[in-house]
Design a protein around this ligand. Structure first.
Ligand code: ZN
Length: 517
């Protein structure tokens, strides 16, 4: 038996769970369920990040006390986990009273390593990202809400205005009434200037150690993201890890300095090790740490660089495996945004198709490590072809036939040929699950279901003149295949598989997957 620690990232609770969260949590849940079924002891950590400026701003906007606001929104995540059958073992909230000791404990260890110092700092800060930006991080856009007086001055001195063509005139006017500003590429808002004396973490000290770690291991999946990470590591500088207390009174205080509070990342990133037992149960840490971390594309540098620097400084082993899932795009292939009106809500999808249809689509329809558009037609097609037509139909055919021939399908011996095929599929799919290739895993399971249906077609056990022993053999082999399909599909669609198992045991027929038109 292995000990398996797995953690998702902690989403901010300034909004309801979106489809990207659904992808991350469902992938995580599938991995952890599979590990449990293999006999591993699993620690599956989820949680919510309830600090940060965004939460304050949103609460203020709604006129709610901050704790009431975060409680309410944390609850939407708890309901979401319940609805999608996310079978976690820990739910971490950064507003929990225990969190202070955790964050401070982590900081003290970094401080003992000589990695924390004080320095005055001024920088551009994006509230949306909760991080400082350099001009390299920003993009230029035109904003039309500007009177353009400076440009009038320029234009006054420009000759030949009267000979411009229509398009030139249009471009000219657009330019005239717009102002180029530098904004955060993710939030399209201008960063604010932040000036403070803060504590800094000596992240640059770990540049080499981290670079060696990623280049000498296969810790980061998918491996095609390695270059992006190495580039970041190469430019990595020390980071500010505190703010003045008056600006953010609710945050975790810096030990021995009551004028400062811990900066959101340094504080929230300590949750992962807490979930493994730190600081109260170091035996548990020993047992479970390090583990596997899943996160989305915008979290690469925080999870793989900043957090690992903290771990290295605090003398903890680095995270063993990093899984970076892709981004789910709108049905039109563009990034989802309210302005484009292409946002898919996981709860709406759940109401429309049921939780397990959505779970199945997120695994079988979205590549495990890549960006993809969310298409409801694909969801319907995949559910119909994989689950209703292949898996469900096989189950139904086998039970019907067994009942018609008055046979108990669990009584025979599985043939060598079937045993070999089942064993090979099981071994391969287990390998895929254990290397986090979830998409490939379910497509291989589907392949077994297709072959089994074909096998049944070829053996024609329905024929009147079919040899009863032959029929029994076919049914017994397919019974073994069905048991395997159920076992392998269980991490993805647990409820349907539980029903399928009962059907197979009692030889009673229900419609397992109603086809969606
Ligand atoms: Zn931003």
């Amino acid at each position: 038996m292995n000990n398996f620690y797995f953690t998702t990232t902690l989403p901010y609770v300034n909004a309801k769970p979106h489809i990207g969260h659904a992808l991350e949590f469902v992938q995580a849940d599938v991995i952890c369920r599979r590990r449990k079924s293999q006999g591993d002891e699993v620690l599956f950590n989820v949680g919510t990040d309830e600090h940060g400026l965004k939460m304050f701003q949103k609460a203020e906007e709604l006129g709610l006390p901050i704790q009431e606001f975060v409680n309410k929104n944390a609850q939407t995540f708890i309901d979401f986990f319940e609805a999608f059958a996310i079978n976690y073992t820990n739910f971490y909230r950064t507003s929990a009273p225990t969190h202070t000791a955790v964050a401070q404990g982590m900081r003290n260890r970094c401080s003992e390593a000589g990695d924390i110092y004080k320095k005055s700092y001024s920088g551009l800060y994006c509230v949306g990202c909760e991080s400082f930006k350099t001009s390299k991080d920003l993009i230029s856009i035109d904003t039309p809400n500007w009177t353009g007086w400076e440009k009038i001055e320029i234009a006054k001195n420009m000759p030949h205005m009267e000979i411009l063509s229509d398009t030139e005139w249009l471009t000219m006017t657009q330019w005239f009434w717009s102002k180029r500003i530098q904004v955060c590429p993710d939030h399209l808002t201008e960063p604010v200037v932040f000036e403070q004396e803060n504590y800094f973490f000596r992240l640059s000290k770990y540049k080499e150690q981290l670079t060696n770690y990623y280049t000498s291991t296969e810790a980061l999946l998918p491996s095609n993201k390695l270059n992006e990470l190495l580039n970041f590591l190469e430019q990595m500088e020390d980071i500010s890890i505190s703010r003045t207390k008056e600006s953010l009174p609710r945050w975790v205080p810096v030990p021995d300095d009551d004028t400062q509070v811990m900066y959101v990342w340094f504080d929230a990133l300590s949750n992962y090790i807490w979930a493994a037992g730190f600081p109260d149960d170091m035996d548990k840490v020993e047992k479970f740490w390090p583990g596997v971390q899943i996160f989305g594309p915008d979290n690469l540098r925080f999870q793989c660089a900043i957090r690992q620097g903290m771990l290295a400084s605090a003398w903890f082993p680095l995270t063993k495996t990093f899984l970076m899932h892709g981004m789910i795009l709108g049905p039109d292939g563009n990034k989802m945004s309210k302005t484009l009106g292409n946002v898919i809500s996981p709860m709406d999808q759940l109401e429309k198709y049921g939780a397990e249809a959505v779970r199945f689509y997120l695994i079988a329809g979205i590549p495990t490590f890549g960006d993809a558009a969310y298409k409801e037609d694909d969801l319907i097609n995949l559910r119909n072809s994989h689950l209703a037509n292949a898996f469900g139909n096989l189950l139904s055919r086998v039970i019907t036939l067994a009942n018609k021939k008055e046979l108990s399908i669990q009584s025979g011996l599985v043939s060598d040929k079937a045993t070999k095929k089942i064993y090979a599929t099981k071994k391969h799919v287990t390998h895929l699950y254990n290397t986090y290739e979830l998409y490939d895993a379910v497509w291989n399971i589907h392949d077994l279901a297709l072959r089994a249906n074909k096998y049944l077609d070829e053996h024609k056990p329905r024929d009147k003149e079919a040899d009863p022993l032959d029929v029994l053999q076919t049914l017994t082999d397919l019974w073994a295949v069905l048991r395997t399909l159920i076992e392998l599909y269980t991490p993805v669609i647990p409820k349907h598989c539980a029903t399928a198992k009962t059907m197979l045991e009692t030889q009673e027929k229900w419609i397992l997957f109603q086809k969606i038109d």
